[in-house]
Design a binder for this molecule. Sequence first.
Ligand code: GAF
Length: 379
Amino acid sequence: MSLLSAFESTLGGRADGTWAAPGRVNLIGEHTDYNDGFVLPLALPQGVVAAVAKRSDGLLRMASRQADGRVETRVDTLAPGSVTGWAAYVAGVVWSLREAGHEVGGLDILVDGDVPPGAGLSSSAALECATALAIKDLYDLDVEPAAMARLAQRAENDFVGMPCGIMDQSASLLCEREHVLFLDTRTLVTEQVPFDLGTHGLALLVVDTRAPHQLVDGEYAARRRACEEAAAALGITALRDIEPDGLEEALARLDDEVSRKRVRHVVTEDARVLETVARLRGGSPDTIGPLLTASHESLRDDFEVTVPELDKAVEAALDAGALGARMTGGGFGGCVIALVQADAGEVVARRVAEAFAGAGFGAPAAFVAQPSAGARRIT
Ligand code: GAF
Protein backbone atom coordinates (compact mmCIF):
# COMPACT_ATOMS: atom_id res chain seq x y z
CA MET A 1 0.00 0.00 0.00
CA SER A 2 1.32 3.47 -0.84
CA LEU A 3 2.06 5.92 1.96
CA LEU A 4 -0.84 8.15 0.89
CA SER A 5 -3.30 5.23 0.92
CA ALA A 6 -1.95 4.15 4.30
CA PHE A 7 -2.47 7.72 5.55
CA GLU A 8 -6.12 7.59 4.47
CA SER A 9 -6.76 4.27 6.14
CA THR A 10 -4.83 5.09 9.36
CA LEU A 11 -5.71 8.74 9.94
CA GLY A 12 -8.64 9.35 7.55
CA GLY A 13 -8.76 12.10 4.92
CA ARG A 14 -6.08 13.08 2.49
CA ALA A 15 -2.52 14.20 3.25
CA ASP A 16 -1.55 17.69 2.11
CA GLY A 17 1.82 16.40 0.94
CA THR A 18 4.81 14.18 1.63
CA TRP A 19 8.25 15.18 2.90
CA ALA A 20 11.48 13.15 3.08
CA ALA A 21 14.53 13.50 5.30
CA PRO A 22 17.61 11.25 5.25
CA GLY A 23 19.69 9.41 7.81
CA ARG A 24 23.45 9.96 7.70
CA VAL A 25 26.89 8.52 8.17
CA ASN A 26 29.63 10.75 9.46
CA LEU A 27 32.83 10.56 7.42
CA ILE A 28 34.91 12.02 10.25
CA GLY A 29 34.54 14.40 13.22
CA GLU A 30 33.05 12.30 16.01
CA HIS A 31 31.98 13.70 19.39
CA THR A 32 33.22 17.10 18.23
CA ASP A 33 29.81 18.72 17.61
CA TYR A 34 29.03 19.43 21.27
CA ASN A 35 32.55 20.84 21.63
CA ASP A 36 31.93 23.60 19.04
CA GLY A 37 34.11 21.61 16.61
CA PHE A 38 34.03 20.34 13.04
CA VAL A 39 32.05 17.49 11.44
CA LEU A 40 31.85 16.01 7.94
CA PRO A 41 28.70 13.91 7.46
CA LEU A 42 26.96 12.71 4.31
CA ALA A 43 23.27 11.92 3.87
CA LEU A 44 22.15 8.40 2.99
CA PRO A 45 19.43 7.43 0.52
CA GLN A 46 17.70 5.76 3.48
CA GLY A 47 15.54 8.00 5.62
CA VAL A 48 12.03 8.92 6.70
CA VAL A 49 9.07 9.93 4.55
CA ALA A 50 6.16 11.68 6.25
CA ALA A 51 2.65 12.18 4.86
CA VAL A 52 1.17 15.15 6.66
CA ALA A 53 -2.11 17.08 6.79
CA LYS A 54 -2.78 20.30 8.65
CA ARG A 55 -5.63 20.29 11.23
CA SER A 56 -7.50 23.31 12.49
CA ASP A 57 -8.53 21.90 15.89
CA GLY A 58 -5.13 21.77 17.65
CA LEU A 59 -4.99 17.96 17.68
CA LEU A 60 -1.70 16.20 16.92
CA ARG A 61 -2.28 12.65 15.66
CA MET A 62 0.80 10.57 14.87
CA ALA A 63 1.20 7.12 13.35
CA SER A 64 4.15 5.12 12.05
CA ARG A 65 4.24 2.29 9.55
CA GLN A 66 6.88 0.71 11.79
CA ALA A 67 4.73 0.79 14.95
CA ASP A 68 1.23 -0.26 15.94
CA GLY A 69 -1.46 2.15 16.99
CA ARG A 70 -1.80 5.89 16.91
CA VAL A 71 -0.53 8.53 19.35
CA GLU A 72 -2.85 11.48 19.99
CA THR A 73 -2.36 14.65 21.95
CA ARG A 74 -3.05 18.38 21.76
CA VAL A 75 -0.33 20.77 20.60
CA ASP A 76 -1.10 23.17 23.47
CA THR A 77 -0.53 20.53 26.15
CA LEU A 78 2.83 19.33 24.82
CA ALA A 79 5.58 19.32 27.45
CA PRO A 80 8.80 17.34 27.89
CA GLY A 81 7.84 13.83 28.98
CA SER A 82 4.24 14.10 27.74
CA VAL A 83 4.96 11.89 24.71
CA THR A 84 7.47 9.02 24.70
CA GLY A 85 8.86 6.50 22.21
CA TRP A 86 9.17 7.22 18.48
CA ALA A 87 6.37 9.85 18.57
CA ALA A 88 8.41 12.03 20.96
CA TYR A 89 10.70 12.99 18.05
CA VAL A 90 7.68 14.23 16.06
CA ALA A 91 5.89 15.89 18.98
CA GLY A 92 9.20 17.37 20.17
CA VAL A 93 9.59 19.30 16.93
CA VAL A 94 6.06 20.72 17.23
CA TRP A 95 6.85 21.68 20.84
CA SER A 96 10.22 23.22 19.95
CA LEU A 97 8.76 25.34 17.13
CA ARG A 98 5.94 26.55 19.37
CA GLU A 99 8.40 27.31 22.19
CA ALA A 100 10.34 29.45 19.70
CA GLY A 101 7.17 31.46 19.09
CA HIS A 102 6.03 29.93 15.79
CA GLU A 103 2.31 29.53 15.33
CA VAL A 104 2.00 25.80 14.78
CA GLY A 105 -1.39 24.16 15.19
CA GLY A 106 -2.69 20.64 14.71
CA LEU A 107 -1.38 17.96 12.37
CA ASP A 108 -2.03 14.43 11.21
CA ILE A 109 1.23 12.70 10.38
CA LEU A 110 2.08 9.20 9.18
CA VAL A 111 5.77 8.34 8.99
CA ASP A 112 7.57 5.55 7.18
CA GLY A 113 11.28 4.87 7.56
CA ASP A 114 13.96 2.59 6.16
CA VAL A 115 16.94 3.62 8.31
CA PRO A 116 17.74 0.56 10.41
CA PRO A 117 16.81 1.68 13.95
CA GLY A 118 19.55 1.44 16.57
CA ALA A 119 22.28 1.36 13.92
CA GLY A 120 23.50 4.87 14.75
CA LEU A 121 22.49 6.19 11.31
CA SER A 122 20.30 8.98 12.69
CA SER A 123 16.82 7.61 12.21
CA SER A 124 15.71 10.03 14.94
CA ALA A 125 17.12 13.13 13.20
CA ALA A 126 15.45 11.97 9.97
CA LEU A 127 12.13 11.77 11.80
CA GLU A 128 12.61 15.23 13.33
CA CYS A 129 13.66 16.85 10.07
CA ALA A 130 10.88 15.35 7.92
CA THR A 131 8.43 16.66 10.52
CA ALA A 132 10.12 20.07 10.71
CA LEU A 133 10.10 20.58 6.96
CA ALA A 134 6.45 19.56 6.65
CA ILE A 135 5.45 22.02 9.38
CA LYS A 136 7.55 24.79 7.83
CA ASP A 137 5.71 24.37 4.52
CA LEU A 138 2.21 23.78 5.89
CA TYR A 139 2.36 26.62 8.44
CA ASP A 140 4.36 28.86 6.12
CA LEU A 141 7.17 29.44 8.62
CA ASP A 142 10.15 31.63 7.80
CA VAL A 143 12.93 29.46 9.27
CA GLU A 144 16.30 28.97 7.56
CA PRO A 145 17.66 25.38 7.45
CA ALA A 146 20.47 26.10 9.96
CA ALA A 147 17.95 27.58 12.42
CA MET A 148 15.65 24.62 11.78
CA ALA A 149 18.51 22.26 12.67
CA ARG A 150 18.89 24.10 15.98
CA LEU A 151 15.15 23.77 16.70
CA ALA A 152 15.18 20.05 15.86
CA GLN A 153 18.23 19.61 18.11
CA ARG A 154 16.32 21.39 20.89
CA ALA A 155 13.45 18.93 20.42
CA GLU A 156 15.86 16.07 21.01
CA ASN A 157 17.75 17.76 23.88
CA ASP A 158 14.85 19.15 25.85
CA PHE A 159 11.75 17.17 24.80
CA VAL A 160 13.23 13.69 24.24
CA GLY A 161 16.03 14.20 26.76
CA MET A 162 19.04 13.16 24.64
CA PRO A 163 21.86 15.75 24.91
CA CYS A 164 23.03 15.38 21.28
CA GLY A 165 24.99 17.98 19.31
CA ILE A 166 23.80 19.53 16.07
CA MET A 167 25.48 17.27 13.51
CA ASP A 168 22.67 14.85 12.71
CA GLN A 169 19.92 17.43 12.23
CA SER A 170 22.25 19.60 10.10
CA ALA A 171 23.20 16.62 7.96
CA SER A 172 19.59 15.63 7.44
CA LEU A 173 18.54 19.16 6.44
CA LEU A 174 21.60 20.44 4.57
CA CYS A 175 23.46 17.61 2.82
CA GLU A 176 23.64 17.46 -0.95
CA ARG A 177 24.11 14.62 -3.42
CA GLU A 178 27.71 13.58 -4.05
CA HIS A 179 28.99 15.87 -1.30
CA VAL A 180 29.96 15.72 2.33
CA LEU A 181 28.82 18.59 4.53
CA PHE A 182 31.68 20.43 6.23
CA LEU A 183 30.05 22.07 9.22
CA ASP A 184 31.62 24.35 11.78
CA THR A 185 29.31 23.66 14.72
CA ARG A 186 30.32 26.91 16.44
CA THR A 187 29.39 29.31 13.64
CA LEU A 188 27.09 26.92 11.70
CA VAL A 189 28.98 27.96 8.55
CA THR A 190 28.85 25.13 6.02
CA GLU A 191 30.67 24.07 2.88
CA GLN A 192 29.56 21.37 0.46
CA VAL A 193 32.73 19.40 -0.27
CA PRO A 194 32.67 17.19 -3.39
CA PHE A 195 32.67 13.49 -2.48
CA ASP A 196 32.27 11.60 -5.70
CA LEU A 197 34.22 8.49 -4.83
CA GLY A 198 33.13 6.64 -7.96
CA THR A 199 35.28 8.77 -10.27
CA HIS A 200 38.28 7.82 -8.12
CA GLY A 201 37.45 4.10 -8.28
CA LEU A 202 36.52 4.10 -4.58
CA ALA A 203 33.46 3.38 -2.46
CA LEU A 204 32.39 3.95 1.13
CA LEU A 205 31.22 0.70 2.68
CA VAL A 206 28.93 0.86 5.71
CA VAL A 207 28.95 -2.17 7.98
CA ASP A 208 26.18 -2.36 10.56
CA THR A 209 27.62 -4.47 13.38
CA ARG A 210 24.10 -4.98 14.77
CA ALA A 211 25.76 -5.00 18.18
CA PRO A 212 23.13 -4.31 20.79
CA HIS A 213 23.32 -0.66 21.84
CA GLN A 214 23.98 -0.62 25.55
CA LEU A 215 24.11 2.32 27.95
CA VAL A 216 24.21 4.62 24.93
CA ASP A 217 22.35 7.60 26.34
CA GLY A 218 24.02 7.50 29.76
CA GLU A 219 27.51 7.06 28.34
CA TYR A 220 26.93 9.75 25.71
CA ALA A 221 25.82 12.21 28.38
CA ALA A 222 28.85 11.28 30.49
CA ARG A 223 31.23 11.99 27.57
CA ARG A 224 29.59 15.33 26.95
CA ARG A 225 29.80 16.25 30.63
CA ALA A 226 33.48 15.27 30.81
CA CYS A 227 34.26 17.53 27.84
CA GLU A 228 32.34 20.46 29.32
CA GLU A 229 34.01 20.03 32.69
CA ALA A 230 37.45 19.92 31.08
CA ALA A 231 36.70 23.10 29.12
CA ALA A 232 35.55 24.80 32.34
CA ALA A 233 38.68 23.64 34.17
CA LEU A 234 40.80 25.12 31.39
CA GLY A 235 38.84 28.39 31.41
CA ILE A 236 37.72 28.13 27.78
CA THR A 237 34.27 28.14 26.17
CA ALA A 238 34.67 24.75 24.50
CA LEU A 239 37.41 22.25 23.64
CA ARG A 240 37.39 23.70 20.13
CA ASP A 241 39.38 26.58 21.58
CA ILE A 242 42.46 24.40 22.05
CA GLU A 243 44.75 24.59 19.03
CA PRO A 244 46.71 21.42 18.19
CA ASP A 245 50.00 23.08 19.16
CA GLY A 246 48.51 24.04 22.52
CA LEU A 247 47.33 20.52 23.29
CA GLU A 248 50.27 19.37 25.42
CA GLU A 249 50.11 22.50 27.53
CA ALA A 250 46.34 22.05 28.05
CA LEU A 251 46.81 18.39 29.00
CA ALA A 252 49.45 19.34 31.54
CA ARG A 253 46.90 21.57 33.28
CA LEU A 254 44.37 18.73 33.77
CA ASP A 255 44.84 16.56 36.77
CA ASP A 256 43.08 13.36 35.82
CA GLU A 257 43.96 10.92 33.09
CA VAL A 258 40.37 10.40 31.89
CA SER A 259 39.90 14.14 31.18
CA ARG A 260 43.23 14.23 29.39
CA LYS A 261 42.14 11.36 27.12
CA ARG A 262 38.78 12.94 26.30
CA VAL A 263 40.42 16.28 25.48
CA ARG A 264 43.12 14.65 23.35
CA HIS A 265 40.46 12.89 21.28
CA VAL A 266 38.45 16.04 20.61
CA VAL A 267 41.43 18.23 19.71
CA THR A 268 43.09 15.66 17.46
CA GLU A 269 39.74 14.77 15.86
CA ASP A 270 39.05 18.39 14.91
CA ALA A 271 42.49 18.51 13.28
CA ARG A 272 41.73 15.29 11.38
CA VAL A 273 38.50 16.79 10.03
CA LEU A 274 40.36 19.86 8.75
CA GLU A 275 43.01 17.67 7.13
CA THR A 276 40.36 15.44 5.54
CA VAL A 277 38.59 18.49 4.11
CA ALA A 278 41.89 19.80 2.74
CA ARG A 279 42.59 16.49 1.00
CA LEU A 280 39.07 16.26 -0.44
CA ARG A 281 39.26 19.84 -1.69
CA GLY A 282 42.56 18.89 -3.28
CA GLY A 283 40.83 16.06 -5.16
CA SER A 284 42.60 13.25 -3.28
CA PRO A 285 39.97 11.15 -1.49
CA ASP A 286 42.29 8.17 -1.92
CA THR A 287 44.60 9.70 0.74
CA ILE A 288 42.10 10.06 3.60
CA GLY A 289 42.18 6.41 4.73
CA PRO A 290 44.83 6.82 7.46
CA LEU A 291 42.87 9.75 8.93
CA LEU A 292 39.76 7.58 9.22
CA THR A 293 41.71 4.81 10.92
CA ALA A 294 43.42 7.27 13.28
CA SER A 295 39.97 8.60 14.20
CA HIS A 296 38.86 5.09 15.14
CA GLU A 297 41.94 4.50 17.27
CA SER A 298 41.32 7.76 19.10
CA LEU A 299 37.65 6.90 19.69
CA ARG A 300 38.71 3.46 20.94
CA ASP A 301 41.66 4.41 23.15
CA ASP A 302 41.00 7.99 24.24
CA PHE A 303 37.26 8.57 24.00
CA GLU A 304 36.42 4.94 24.85
CA VAL A 305 33.15 4.71 22.92
CA THR A 306 33.83 1.59 20.84
CA VAL A 307 32.73 -1.96 21.60
CA PRO A 308 34.47 -5.22 20.54
CA GLU A 309 32.23 -5.56 17.44
CA LEU A 310 33.24 -2.08 16.18
CA ASP A 311 36.94 -2.77 16.75
CA LYS A 312 36.70 -6.18 15.09
CA ALA A 313 34.90 -4.76 12.05
CA VAL A 314 37.56 -2.07 11.58
CA GLU A 315 40.39 -4.54 12.04
CA ALA A 316 38.89 -7.04 9.59
CA ALA A 317 38.14 -4.34 7.00
CA LEU A 318 41.74 -3.10 7.14
CA ASP A 319 43.08 -6.67 6.94
CA ALA A 320 40.93 -7.15 3.85
CA GLY A 321 42.55 -4.16 2.16
CA ALA A 322 40.36 -1.19 3.11
CA LEU A 323 42.27 2.11 2.81
CA GLY A 324 40.88 3.24 6.14
CA ALA A 325 38.03 2.39 8.51
CA ARG A 326 36.35 3.79 11.59
CA MET A 327 33.25 3.62 13.70
CA THR A 328 30.69 6.28 12.77
CA GLY A 329 28.13 8.03 14.98
CA GLY A 330 27.95 8.00 18.75
CA GLY A 331 29.47 4.54 19.27
CA PHE A 332 28.61 1.80 21.82
CA GLY A 333 27.36 -0.30 18.89
CA GLY A 334 26.15 0.79 15.49
CA CYS A 335 28.15 1.03 12.27
CA VAL A 336 31.64 1.30 10.89
CA ILE A 337 32.58 2.85 7.56
CA ALA A 338 35.42 1.59 5.38
CA LEU A 339 36.97 3.37 2.41
CA VAL A 340 37.52 0.64 -0.17
CA GLN A 341 38.42 0.19 -3.82
CA ALA A 342 35.10 0.20 -5.69
CA ASP A 343 35.44 -3.45 -6.69
CA ALA A 344 36.48 -4.61 -3.21
CA GLY A 345 33.30 -3.83 -1.28
CA GLU A 346 31.95 -7.37 -1.38
CA VAL A 347 35.23 -8.95 -0.37
CA VAL A 348 35.67 -6.56 2.55
CA ALA A 349 32.07 -7.13 3.70
CA ARG A 350 32.57 -10.89 3.49
CA ARG A 351 35.82 -10.77 5.43
CA VAL A 352 34.17 -8.74 8.19
CA ALA A 353 31.31 -11.28 8.32
CA GLU A 354 33.83 -14.13 8.58
CA ALA A 355 35.72 -12.36 11.36
CA PHE A 356 32.41 -11.84 13.21
CA ALA A 357 31.51 -15.52 12.88
CA GLY A 358 34.98 -16.45 14.17
CA ALA A 359 34.54 -14.17 17.18
CA GLY A 360 31.09 -15.54 17.98
CA PHE A 361 29.33 -12.25 17.07
CA GLY A 362 26.02 -12.11 15.19
CA ALA A 363 26.05 -11.54 11.41
CA PRO A 364 26.66 -7.92 10.34
CA ALA A 365 24.91 -6.20 7.42
CA ALA A 366 26.72 -4.12 4.79
CA PHE A 367 25.86 -1.62 2.07
CA VAL A 368 27.65 1.00 -0.01
CA ALA A 369 26.82 4.60 1.01
CA GLN A 370 25.64 6.92 -1.76
CA PRO A 371 26.01 10.56 -0.69
CA SER A 372 22.42 11.74 -1.09
CA ALA A 373 20.19 14.82 -0.92
CA GLY A 374 19.02 16.40 2.31
CA ALA A 375 15.42 16.90 3.41
CA ARG A 376 12.91 17.92 0.72
CA ARG A 377 9.26 18.02 -0.18
CA ILE A 378 8.27 15.12 -2.44
CA THR A 379 4.61 15.78 -3.29
C1 GAF B 1 25.29 11.19 17.97
C2 GAF B 1 24.81 12.61 18.29
F1 GAF B 1 23.47 12.71 18.04
C3 GAF B 1 25.58 13.63 17.48
O1 GAF B 1 25.21 14.93 17.86
C4 GAF B 1 27.09 13.44 17.62
O2 GAF B 1 27.54 13.92 18.86
C5 GAF B 1 27.48 11.98 17.42
O3 GAF B 1 26.70 11.10 18.21
C6 GAF B 1 28.93 11.74 17.72
O4 GAF B 1 29.75 12.43 16.83
O5 GAF B 1 24.99 10.86 16.65
